[in-house]
Design a protein around this ligand. Structure first.
Ligand SMILES: Cc1ncc(C[n+]2csc(CCOP(=O)(O)OP(=O)(O)O)c2C)c(N)n1
Ligand SMILES: [Mg+2]
Length: 414
């Protein structure tokens, strides 16, 4: 039995290899100024898809600006922005079939936006109100959508990567020609789960695309302190997997690379690793302040490579987009986000009973007993609970929401 795939001849002196002889180029089509490189050829991105894609990138930018401001006003407990990485996320999503599965990390709201996740659905999750499918049990940004084939976010890093391999194995068995896209940060790629996922995908030949957003940082840790190897793309070789490095701020290159990866995955059951080189322009999350670990100069240099401006220029040059149209769209998206947010923060919280429902088909007696005790306790000490807290009696809830100053428009929130 052969124990290695290598066909190299034996040597009679110790020869070590560290991979330095393998150079991985960056695939790029659009220059930072939004014009095409000579030799880039015609993009396979068609007008309608290009417009849908750009619109989703703009939507993500607007949503992020508005929700970050809402967090700073104390209306929202937590938020994470995709700013600077929209091309990597939305460009890859656009190259899929909408029926393909996406398993993301936490910064990929652009993928949902592209697939048509409603503003109301974003807001209901962010505010954990009665419209939130997870009944407020998760922190903000843990979106999920069965209809849009988007696995609910789980923030323990890298859990979605082996799940993607397993799900894609199921897709292979089902034989419907679908694949799974796993998206994660370069920091998550340091988890053992990443390696297990790649190995299993390669051994079992499953239709999965691993998209690493290499955005330079894992919170405050720069990539220079995360690994000594040639980024993340090089790791695929250890598993004999197809690998490509792409300019993650170049939407055309991301789209083209993912389209080809999808073809390899679906037609040949070849898993693919894509490393998208990008930069997190915003803070890690609303709880972070990057000024403590990186310079303004570094941020400015990357701001000049903004993926939105780059795509806009390309669209304008083709006559597929107009500046006036963009101005109007951004204004209307801002209004939509703001109006929907105002409604969402006034919606009731999930019913108290949802604490014990939804996990088992029927509430087990022990949980029922605890719940009854909780109800009795809340009734005994109503003064200890905010009036808008999850309600006991539905008809009292509306009145409580009306009375609670924190839910009244414009009073506590500037
Ligand atoms: C298993 C686990 N360890 C640590 C954390 C804390 N944590 C949250 S985000 C993060 C950095 C992740 O960086 P990266 O994967 O590069 O994603 P990015 O935030 O840059 O998009 C860490 C360490 C976590 N959520 N899960
Ligand atoms: Mg990162």
């Amino acid at each position: 039995m052969k124990t290695t795939r290598s066909t190299a001849k034996p040597v009679h002196k110790p020869v070590f290899a560290n991979g330095d002889d393998i150079q991985i180029p960056v695939f790029t089509l659009l220059k930072p100024d939004g014009t095409l490189y000579a030799g880039a050829g015609k993009s396979s991105l068609e007008r309608d898809t290009a417009r849908r894609l750009y619109r989703a990138m703009l939507y993500t930018r607007v949503l992020d600006e508005r929700m970050m401001a809402a967090q700073r006003q104390g209306r929202l407990s937590f938020y994470m922005q995709c700013t600077g990485e929209e091309a990597a996320v939305v460009g890859a999503t656009a190259a899929l079939d909408d029926a393909d599965m996406i398993m993301a990390q936490y910064r990929e709201q652009g993928a949902l936006a592209y697939r048509g996740f409603a503003t109301e659905a974003f807001m209901d999750q962010l505010f954990g109100n009665q419209g939130d499918p997870a009944h407020g049990r998760q922190m903000p940004i843990h979106y999920g959508s069965r209809e849009l084939n988007y696995l609910t976010i789980s923030s323990p890093l890298a859990t979605q990567i082996p799940q993607a391999t397993g799900y894609a194995y199921g897709q292979k068995l089902a034989g419907q020609g679908h694949c799974t896209l796993a998206i994660f940060g370069e920091g998550a790629a340091s988890e053992g789960d990443f390696h297990a996922a790649l190995n299993m995908a390669s051994v079992h030949k499953v239709p999965v695309i691993f998209l690493c957003r290499n955005n330079g940082y894992a919170i405050s840790t720069p990539v220079t302190e995360q690994f000594a190897g040639d980024g993340v793309a090089a790791r695929a070789f250890g598993y004999r997997m197809q690998s490509i490095r792409v300019d993650g701020n170049d939407v055309l290159a991301v789209y083209e690379a993912t389209r080809e990866a999808r073809r390899l995955a679906v037609e040949h059951n070849e898993p693919v690793l894509i490393e998208a080189m990008t930069y997190r322009l915003a803070a890690h999350s609303s709880s972070d302040d990057p000024s403590g670990y990186r310079s303004k100069k570094e941020e400015e240099a990357w701001r000049k490579k903004d993926p939105l401006r780059r795509m806009q220029r390309w669209l304008l040059d083709l006559g597929w987009w107009e500046e006036a149209e963009e101005h109007e769209l951004v204004e209307s998206l801002r209004r939509e986000v703001l109006d929907t947010m105002k409604r969402a923060e006034k919606r009731r919280p999930p019913a108290l009973e949802t604490l014990v429902t939804d996990v088992y088909a029927e509430v087990p007696p022990a949980l029922r007993e605890q719940f009854d005790e909780l109800v009795a306790h809340v009734r005994r000490h109503p003064e200890a609970y905010p009036r808008s807290a999850p309600w006991l009696d539905a008809d009292q809830a509306d009145a409580a929401m009306q009375d609670d100053p924190s839910t009244r428009d414009g009073e506590t929130h500037p």
